[in-house]
Design a binder for this molecule. Structure first.
Ligand code: MOS
Length: 731
């Protein structure tokens, strides 16, 4: 088969849905017009743990417009069947309004349904809930951890004892919240026994299975629709209690119900990046070659579910280390269950490892890039497998050159401009190249246009655009003549839109479906006596601009339209399939980066300003350079937040999130964001997936916080081993 010419893939195209978004025509979850919709407002628990002893709803129910107040005393009992086809962690999920228990501050305890939003909000203020309160556990270091998950190779303790250079470092990272621009929102409508839900989600299939399990419905009685998602960063990877509340409220009132979480509720109504306490002990020889690494990680989870993430992986494969020992403990707390947030697990581990590597380089007195080069592994030492591609050395070389690394002084606190201490730092980043089973339906119509459908989401990376690029080239059509549809559980199933696996998985299914359709058209033409392509070798035919022709003889050919019309075929259709990794893996798959940062720190006030940043990425093939650029910038901006600004504060008395708003929970704004550059290494990973991509949405965030932390050290000579690095820590 002749490879198709690539016109759209690799071109810096603008978003196909850009105009819809900037003109307000893209409908987000709460914006769908559903006839007869009423409004719901959740009342969340004002205690950190305990029981509900009384609920007085009389005043609320007497208000004009209020239809119902639902709570555990009057809500119907729900089946809450197990759902293994979901992202629910092990444990017992929160069952809304099924009993009097309060498991965390902010748990939904009642919902007010009213004909207007204002009536529902007012009604919610009039409901009186009484509690029997218990002291909640909300701090990682005060509670009892679960049994550890462990990993070991070699004898790390013995190697550490013998190591001529030893470091023993303890780090803390804060709870972070996704804070997407669009809050979580759901519209739920029942028609007989069938439920339709418009929801903010990164996984319509997961939300569909969860609603079916909770309400005891067959899967095909639930439809989930989510065409646009206004940012998510991981918070949309599972179905949260408010979606169940909306569906329940709609069932009881027999009206479509709209429920939007407030910004305050976005701090406990959905998950968060768990805080960690992480102790890392490193041993090396005098040249900085690692001989031992001992990782002890404690991470937050809830009292009712055990949330884990891939925080152990980087410590097993990023640097050559013969002796490694790890223990990862979850610590159950009286909080809502955490969830993955950009670069999940890897970002926290990389912060610790990359900060420690910087300390080791400083201790030994060599350049931190040189130290990393000395520890570059020949293979993945956790599996013994060769890396499919690993071009971290090139990331270092290009990054150092482009960023002007030679201008960095090895001596901390040696560059000053007025009140400002200037420093440079860098870090490596890594993220798993995940792939999973996905399908896509491709339909080529006789008018020469095509439609591709898959259940996936577009939370912002540009799935609509990048999948259209893949489809357009594989079908030999222009971007304009291909429509990609997503975000509907009626479309062929796809994995969660997260973990950087959408392009590899969904993209490969799209590619497969388009290849099938193109090949069917080629077969039709070569077997059709009336076609100019009759008798031609199918392997010599390519399609370009909707016209099939012999590769080396462009004059011999015809359009899809002519071919299908003459054959009285309304359309050609195929289901594209990608099965994900099969059998025993023969390679180790990861995407990498080197991230560089320059900071200025006010010597008197401790204020940190990031001055410039550069990320250099080994992420395989880049389908959409303009979108990739946006991903990198977004990942680095998020990293500024994690490094310097973001943390929620919990009142230990009642488990309340004190700063549950965007005024007090700080995220980077324009003035915090400097000149940011991104460079993607040209290349592809032929082992990873048919498209050669390694995923980039997550890796662009990993390594950013330690690059900034290392720059702060270089500027000030101060090691702050906790995130965020706030001004008071530097005073
Ligand atoms: Mo990403 S944390 O899987 O949205």
């Amino acid at each position: 088969m002749s490879p198709q010419p690539q016109a759209a893939v690799g071109a810096p195209l603008s978003r196909v849905d850009g105009r819809l978004k900037v003109t307000g025509q893209a409908r987000y979850a709460a914006e769908h017009d559903v006839d007869g919709t009423v409004h719901a407002v959740i009342i969340d628990a004002s205690i950190g743990r305990g029981r509900i002893t009384a609920i007085d709803t009389r005043q609320a129910e007497a208000q004009p417009g209020v239809l119902r107040v639902l709570h555990h005393r009057n809500a119907p009992k729900l089946p809450y069947r197990d759902n293994t086809a979901s992202n629910n962690p092990p444990g017992e999920r929160l069952r809304v309004f099924q009993d009097d228990k309060v498991l965390f501050h902010g748990q939904p305890v009642a919902v007010v349904i009213a004909t207007t939003l204002e009536a529902a909000q007012h009604g919610a203020r009039l409901v009186k809930v009484r509690y029997q309160t218990e002291q909640p556990d909300t701090d990682l270091t005060d509670a009892t951890p679960d049994k550890p998950t462990t990993y070991a190779r070699g004898d790390a303790e013995a190697a550490l004892r013998k190591a001529p250079v030893r470091l023993d470092l303890s780090y803390r990272t804060a709870r972070n919240h996704h804070n997407p621009m669009e809050p979580h929102a759901t519209i739920a409508r029942w028609e007989g026994g069938k439920l339709t839900v418009w929801d903010k989600t990164q996984w319509v299939v997961g939300t569909q299975t969860e609603l079916a399990a909770v309400f005891g419905l067959p899967l095909d009685s639930v439809r989930v629709i989510s065409p646009y998602v206004g940012g998510a960063f991981g918070t949309g990877l599972r179905c949260w209690p408010h979606t169940i509340v909306a569906a329940l409220a709609a069932r009881v009132t027999k009206r479509p119900v709209k429920l939007v979480l407030s910004r305050r509720q976005m701090y406990f109504g959905n998950g968060f990046r768990p805080a960690y306490a992480y102790r890392l002990r490193l041993g090396s020889d005098r040249r900085g070659r690692l001989t031992a690494a001992l990782h002890e990680m404690d991470g937050e989870t809830s009292s009712y579910e055990t949330f884990t993430e891939a925080i152990m992986t980087p410590g097993q494969m990023l640097y050559s280390t013969p002796n490694v020992k790890q223990a990862y403990r979850t610590v159950p707390l009286d909080v809502n269950t955490p969830i993955w947030m950009r670069g999940p697990g890897f970002a926290n581990a990389s912060y610790v490892i990359e900060s420690a590597i910087d300390e080791l380089a400083h201790t030994i007195g060599i350049d931190p890039i040189e130290l990393r080069r000395r520890n570059e592994p020949a293979e993945d030492e956790s599996s013994g497998l060769p890396f499919s591609t690993r071009r971290l050395r090139e990331c270092y070389t290009i990054g150092a050159r482009e960023f002007g690394w030679h201008r960095r002084s090895h001596k901390p606190r040696s560059r000053r401009e007025g009140d400002w201490l200037i420093g440079m730092g860098m870090a490596a980043g890594v993220y798993d190249t995940a792939r999973a089973t996905a399908q896509a339906r491709v339909r080529l119509d006789a008018d020469g246009t095509a439609t591709v459908e898959a259940a996936t989401s577009d939370m912002g990376p540009g799935t609509y655009t990048s999948q259209t690029q893949v489809a357009a080239d594989a079908l030999g059509l222009t971007m304009r003549t291909v429509t990609f549809r997503l975000g509907d559980s009626l479309y062929p199933p796809t994995p969660p839109h997260g973990g950087s696996m959408t392009m590899a998985s969904v993209g490969s299914a799209v590619l497969d479906g388009c290849n099938r359709v193109r090949n069917n058209a080629i077969k039709l033409a070569t077997e059709d006596r009336q076609s100019p392509l009759h008798g031609a070798d199918p392997n010599d035919i390519v399609v370009r601009g909707g016209r099939l022709h012999v590769k080396n003889n462009p004059a011999r050919g015809e359009t899809y339209r002519a071919l299908l019309t003459r054959n009285k075929s309304t359309h050609l259709e195929a289901l594209g399939n990608f099965t994900g990794p099969e059998g025993t893996p023969r390679h180790s798959f990861f995407a990498y980066n080197a991230t560089f940062a320059e900071v200025a720190v006010d010597a008197t006030l401790g204020l940190v300003r990031v001055r410039r940043m550069l990320g250099v990425y080994d992420a395989g093939r880049i389908i959409s350079p303009k979108l990739a650029q946006s991903q990198a910038i977004g990942g680095m901006v998020g990293g500024i937040g994690t490094a310097l600004l973001e943390h929620s504060v919990t009142d230990p008395r009642d488990g309340r999130t004190v700063n549950a708003n965007l005024a007090d929970y700080l995220i980077p704004v324009n003035a915090d964001v400097p000149d940011i550059q991104a460079i993607y290494l040209d290349g592809e990973d032929r082992e990873a997936d048919p498209l050669g991509v390694k995923g980039l949405g997550e890796v662009v965030h990993v390594g950013v916080a330690p690059a900034i932390a290392n720059a702060v050290f270089n500027a000030t000579g101060r090691r702050i081993r906790q995130l965020p690095i706030t001004a008071d820590a530097l005073l």
